[in-house]
Design a protein around this ligand. Sequence first.
Ligand SMILES: [Fe+2]
Length: 362
Amino acid sequence: MKRKPSRYLLGSLLVGALVLSACGSDDDTDGGGSDSASSPADTTEPATASDETGDGGTITVYTGRHYGIEPVFEQFTADTGIEVRFTTGNDPELRERLITEGANTPADVIMTADAANIELSADAGVLASVDSDILTETIPEDLRSDANDWFSLSQRARVIIASTERAENPPTTYADVGAPEWQGKLCLRPSTHPYTQSLVASLILAEGQERATEIVQSWVDNDPLYIDSDTDIYTAVADGECDVAIANTYYLGRLLTENPDFPVEIVWPEQDGRGAHVNVSTAAVTANAPNPQGALALIEWLATDGQQQFADANFEYPADLNVQPNEIVAGFGEFTADLDAVRQLGANQPTAVEVLSATSYQ
Ligand SMILES: [Fe+2]
């Protein structure tokens, strides 16, 4: 895909302290554990082979999105000559690090696994607005900020999942998950996880706070089994610990790769209305990027030449709607996504935390 020159509008730094209510990053590591409580790596690792010195300079990336990121960065270096160093952590920790480092930060790019968390970074003044025709033409308006200071690179749908063996008529709306027939048969992610908070934020946007509270209360009244790993949630449904659950689709992509007969199916929610809740993986140029040109080159590459590889690395849906998801993901079927909500998830996160607390959601 052809690149056009870009102009930078570097934002001023408005450093503010943020109270963090939750962690936010990719949750299940490749090793099957949870990294939701992990700390940023102490070292910044070169993502490229040592013999690729690169003639396009070096950029440093702080990334809360971990899945399959290294081969993607290696391909970027091969294509552009720009070397990538990266540090992994969870989204709030990396944001705090950016704020603390201020003008001395080595980070050129921050990547998150959650829309609300990148909005909080924008609010903290650590992101730069960029003027990029490539990004505004490639990424739909619903999937980038008004200020063009962050851009989605992939969509992550959070849906209803059901046992193919025990759930004959699984719920088709998030509200139906609270129906009495799922009493004692429901698995949910805990309230502290950003995936849960962003889902509830989307409910508040669609239904209003009062109705959203009723819906979440009905889930809680079903005595859910709380499991802080989507992979473990899928396994719990397969093993009979619950019949239905709410989880991200990409975990099923991974599980089906290992076992094509994995006995869990996706039920696309809200298909007669707003569509399934989607969260996003995002990227932004930092406000104090030492190499803002290199930073923008990476994000533009991830949105174009690297878009397929980035999305496929984790069975996610491309942010560029003209790029098709991979074969396994396409097998989940066509669906309507609630894209309208994506840019408002961050603003509604505090209310989502209130709703979760008011309903005694664990
Ligand atoms: Fe995840």
